[in-house]
Write a protein that binds this ligand. Structure first.
Ligand code: NDP
Ligand code: 8X3
Length: 252
């Protein structure tokens, strides 16, 4: 197989922002490595994309699984140039005194440690190849401000925001771009996951507004990834027009 365009790896490609990002890169002929825990979804997504796709089914919380998958890529797929660290979730929305410790662990292990495992597996290769590269971290406005009951989710996204800045400094000599994306209210499976399958409750998060959609964020990721080599978009905050901050939303 001959690969011409940069290889893009997207974590959390089975739904929402990750899936929409996969589609926009596929439409433009980029070869894609798509990851997530739901194999059937990965296969269905691959089926609908008109580009070369490698699917990898693993949980970003499992350090050994991340390493086994990403350090043993088939030869043709090793030269990843763009990493979209997107896999993540909120679990629960509760005051600090009554939050579930298991929810906290899931968010910390996925949003923070998982992102680190993926990055740590792939960046040494990027540096060794010496062609630069691009890491795009999907953080959140929850990484810019804290909202009531968002405590641990906000902490994980503040950590991602800090990591984006730290990575940018450390990778500067290697010409590896780092872009932090901070979306506001985006209607995906995010709130259904946060409220553990309660679709009605999830719907109230977006009630009375036109939220962002996964495609809106995918377009921004695509734009950031396709700037010329001398241009880096460091940090992008994107909200629906009906939102001014985490807690200030203009609902009809
Ligand atoms: P979705 O729930 O629609 O998608 C989340 C994706 O993350 C899924 O593909 C899921 O795949 C993957 N994922 C979750 N946990 C794991 C895990 N342990 N291992 C591997 N993959 C995992 O939500 P979004 O698309 O909205 O979320 C994508 C990112 O955007 C997240 O980091 C989220 O925090 C962030 N974000 C979302 C906003 C929103 O309002 N929706 C706003 C700001 C940021 P699978 O279940 O198959 O593993
Ligand atoms: C998701 C956006 O405001 O629900 O990161 O935390 S918010």
């Amino acid at each position: 197989m001959k690969i011409h365009k940069p290889i893009v790896l997207i974590t959390g490609a089975t739904a929402g922002i990750g899936a929409a990002t996969a589609k926009i890169f596929a439409e433009n002929g980029y070869p894609l490595i798509l990851t997530g825990r739901r194999q059937a979804r990965l296969e269905a997504l691959k089926e609908g994309l008109n580009t070369e796709v490698l699917t990898l089914c693993f949980d970003v919380r499992e350090k050994e699984a991340v390493k086994n998958n990403l350090l043993n890529l088939p030869e043709a797929w090793k030269n990843i140039e763009i990493i979209v660290n997107n896999a993540g979730l909120a679990a629960g929305l509760a005051p600090i005194q009554s939050g579930e410790v298991e929810d906290w662990e899931q968010m910390i292990d996925t949003n923070l440690k998982g992102l680190l495992y993926v990055t740590h597996s792939l960046v040494p290769g990027m540096i060794e190849r010496g062609n630069g590269g691009h890491i795009i971290n999907v953080a959140s406005i929850a990484g810019k401000e804290v909202y009531p009951n968002g405590n641990v989710y906000c902490a994980t996204k503040h950590a991602v925001d800090a990591l984006s800045r730290g990575m940018r400094m450390d990778l500067l000599p290697h010409r590896i771009k780092v872009t932090n994306i901070a979306p506001g209210l985006t209607e995906t499976e995010f709130s259904i996951v946060r409220f553990k399958g309660d679709v009605a409750k999830a719907g109230t998060v977006y009630a009375g507004i036109t939220p962002l959609y996964a495609e809106d964020i995918a377009e921004v990721i695509w734009f950031a990834a396709t700037r010329p080599p001398h241009v880096t978009l460091n940090d992008i905050v994107i909200m629906p027009t009906a939102q001014a901050s985490s807690t200030l939303v203009n609902r009809k």
